[in-house]
Structures are given as structure tokens and as C-alpha cells.
Write a protein of this length. Structure first.
Length: 417
């Protein structure tokens, strides 16, 4: 029989055959399962960029304040209305160049200067002291958002399976390959840790046993999506009597996005990291029902109704998955709170308009954390830098910074609870 997991350590894992499965917060273990047992409430940050912009009419409410009507993209989030805010009118002064502004979205460094010091890495330098990974950069198509103080880009995990192995497989390329191969053959990583799980469960309350079962179900669901995504890559495509529009391979971007959202939830649930960034982006084709034009071309819709209709199908897919992620965070208890209460999510784009390549009036959604939500903050364009929001985020996370990027102070319109 495997030795019982020690309950006096700050973190606990289930181990077996190259697998190291972090446990979620369990009250039966006295709240000392992972770093979330710290006396100071653990807080987390998720940064998401949609580099091709967000179609404004479907995202930005026409009314300001708390009595605004939910636009099309936000309608799926109606049940979470009091847990997010929409902000319009912000920009990064001195940041321009259309798509070239993408790497500066979370730094705010003017285009004439060397890029450096992104919000996620600034936070990770402190919060990363408590977790296995300082930060986790994931990619549903692109991610060049994390930058060190010295101006080096933080590489992202472009393959969801590799990111999954990073979280749950013991270190070593050979071992990660072995674990992923077993998942591909239908063997769950949970099979490796069942003995330790059986030893642990009798010591858990009924509520914690249910929580552990829910966690295992989340892991299995993520594994199945990874396998499905991999299987489709090897399936022959149907033959048609039509000339292909261009020599590019379609991408299962929705499946990829779901995997990224699943991994984000698992990473926060196990306190493996407290800082995650990811991007949702493909230059060319995307496998979305009803879409047959490349995503980039759709973003330059030219006000064509057909192009806009297809563009909205792609962007709606993101907000549908965002709803699932926010719901999962809200339903996951951690101590006397929820992961959504302890996680600040910022969704934005480096383009205020993908159609015109404008870097002004950027779309912003802020969710979770300890902000007073449920409003559309319509900031007069050009009057406040986006970095003011970032400074407010830092303060909400417990930082005492006086400035960040080109900030002129915290965003006074966004109050803390």
C-alpha cells in the first residue's frame, strides 16, 4: 500500500507512476492543502487578449451606468451580470501600429521604447512565491503578452497537451511524453493515483469527497478534449469538388479554447499558479460552424453584413466559453469564498477596431475580484490610459504600487468592495 499523504505539509499531492496531481482546497485537511492556506487571502489574475479586436456593436453597451442593456456578446453572461464590468474609452498613450501593438497590451510601454514589464509578470514576481509556477502563459492561437523587466518575452505553451503535462506530469520530457501517450490510449492520469486517493478519502468530509470527485471529473473531461483534439488532427478531411481558397490548414479553435479554459480552472483550483495569460487568435481559417472565411479577413469586415455575421460567430464562441469558465470559478469554493471572488479577470484587445487597425478606445471587460461590478464605465476617449485600470487591479490584488506603465493614478470610476 502507498504511504498516506502527509497532512502537515503546506501542499499535498497524489502521486504515482510519473504523475503528480495537486489537490484542490479541502477543509478536512485543515485548509493546509496548498498555498491558499496562507493567512492572507490568495488572489489571482487572468489576462486575456483577443488580438483581432472585438466587434464593438456586439460588445459595448449603448447605455452607461448600471442600467445598461446587455449587448449580444454579453447576453450569455446575464446570470453573472453583477460579477463583471464593461469599460470603454481607455487606450495606451503612445502605443500604435495596429497589430504591432499586440505585445504591448499588458505593458503599456509606448511604441518608441523597448517593450518590458508586463502586468502579469509584475504580479507573478510576488504571487509566484506561493505556487509551483510563477505564471502560466497559454495559447489558443497566440500569446506574446508576457514580458520581463529586462525586455524578454515569456514563452507560451502553444500546445494544450504540453500545458496539461506541465501541470500534472513529473518533470522530464520523456516522462511527459509517456503520460500523454497513455492518455492518448485512453488511460487517465487518475489511474496512477487511485491508491493514494483511496487512502485519502476516508479522512475527508462528505463535502470534500464530493469536491474531490468534481475535481477528478474536471481532469477527465480535460483529458477527453485533448484526446479528441489530437484525433481530429489525424483524421482525413472530406474530399470535395471545389478549389480550396488558400493552402492553409483549418484549426479547431473552439476545442483549443475549451482546453485553455479548462486548464486555467484546474491551475487555479489546485493553486498551481495564481497568474495566467492567454490569447484567442488565428490568422487564417477557424473551425466554427457557419464560418468559411479566415478570422483575420473577417476582422477587416469592411462593414459587409455577411462578413460581420461570420465574425460574430467566431467571437461569440469566445464569450460562450468565457461564461463556462466564469461559472466554474464561481461554483468552486475555496475556504469561505469562491475562486471567482479571488480571481481578477481582464479581457481586452490591442485593437479598438479590427476593421480600421485603430489602437484607440479599446474594449475592456473586468470580471471577478473585489470590484463593485454590474456597470458600463463609459470613459471619455483619450482622458485615461488603460494602465490606470492596471494600477487599480494591482491595488485590488494587495499591491501598493504608485504607478504602472503610463498610469496617472488608479481608475477612480472602478471602486473596490
Amino acid at each position: 500500500m502507498n504511504p498516506q499523504p502527509a497532512l502537515s505539509t503546506r501542499r499535498n499531492f497524489l502521486r504515482g507512476a510519473g504523475v503528480m496531481l495537486s489537490l484542490p482546497w479541502l477543509e478536512s485537511l485543515g485548509g493546509i492543502v496548498h498555498a491558499a492556506d496562507a493567512a492572507k487571502e490568495p488572489r489571482r489574475l487572468l489576462l486575456v487578449c483577443l488580438p483581432l479586436g472585438i466587434y464593438r456593436d456586439s460588445f459595448v453597451p449603448k447605455q452607461s451606468g448600471t442600467s445598461y442593456e446587455l449587448p449580444e456578446y454579453l447576453a450569455p453572461l446575464a446570470d453573472l451580470r453583477d460579477r463583471f464590468s464593461v469599460i470603454s474609452g481607455l487606450e495606451h498613450p503612445g502605443v500604435n501600429g495596429g497589430h504591432a501593438a499586440q505585445p504591448r497590451i499588458f505593458t503599456g510601454v509606448p511604441s518608441t521604447e523597448r517593450n518590458r514589464h508586463s502586468l502579469d509578470q509584475h504580479v507573478a514576481n510576488v504571487l509566484g512565491q506561493h505556487t509551483r509556477f510563477d505564471s502560466l502563459a497559454l495559447s489558443a492561437g497566440a500569446n506574446d503578452f508576457g514580458w520581463t523587466d529586462g525586455g524578454s518575452m515569456v514563452p507560451a505553451e502553444k500546445n494544450a497537451a504540453d500545458a496539461f503535462a506541465k501541470l500534472f506530469a513529473e518533470d522530464g520530457a520523456a516522462n511527459k511524453t509517456k503520460v500523454l501517450a497513455e492518455i492518448g490510449r485512453g488511460k487517465s492520469i487518475l489511474d496512477h493515483v487511485l491508491d493514494e486517493a483511496r487512502d485519502l478519502q476516508p479522512r475527508l468530509s462528505k463535502r470534500d469527497q464530493e469536491k474531490l470527485d468534481e475535481y477528478f471529473e474536471s481532469v477527465r473531461a480535460t483529458e477527453k478534449r485533448l484526446v479528441k483534439s489530437e484525433e481530429w488532427m489525424h483524421q482525413p478531411k472530406p474530399k470535395v469538388d471545389a478549389k480550396p481558397p488558400a493552402p492553409f490548414a483549418p484549426d479547431e479553435i473552439i476545442t483549443n479554447l475549451r482546453c485553455v479554459c479548462d486548464l486555467t480552472h484546474l491551475a487555479f483550483k489546485t493553486d498551481s499558479t495564481r497568474v495566467v495569460t492567454f490569447g484567442y487568435f488565428r490568422q487564417d481559417s477557424v473551425v466554427v460552424p457557419g464560418v468559411n472565411i479566415g478570422y483575420h479577413n473577417l476582422s477587416h469586415h469592411g462593414q459587409d453584413e455577411g462578413n460581420i455575421a461570420q465574425l460574430k460567430r467566431v467571437e461569440r464562441a469566445f464569450f460562450d466559453e468565457l461564461k463556462t469558465l466564469l461559472t466554474n470559478l464561481k461554483s468552486t469554493r475555496e475556504g469561505d469564498s469562491t475562486l471567482l471572488d479571488r480571481t481578477t479577470i481582464v479581457v481586452t484587445s490591442n485593437l479598438g477596431s479590427g476593421n480600421s487597425h485603430s489602437n484607440k478606445d479599446l474594449p475592456v471587460l473586468v470580471a471577478g475580484g473585489r470590484f463593485k461590478h454590474g456597470q458600463h464605465l463609459a470613459i471619455p476617449p483619450g482622458t485615461a490610459p488603460l494602465s490606470n485600470l492596471y494600477l487599480s487591479v494591482l491595488h485590488q490584488l494587495g499591491f501598493e504600487d504608485k504607478s504602472f506603465g503610463t498610469s496617472t493614478g488608479p481608475l477612480k470610476e472602478l471602486d473596490l468592495i
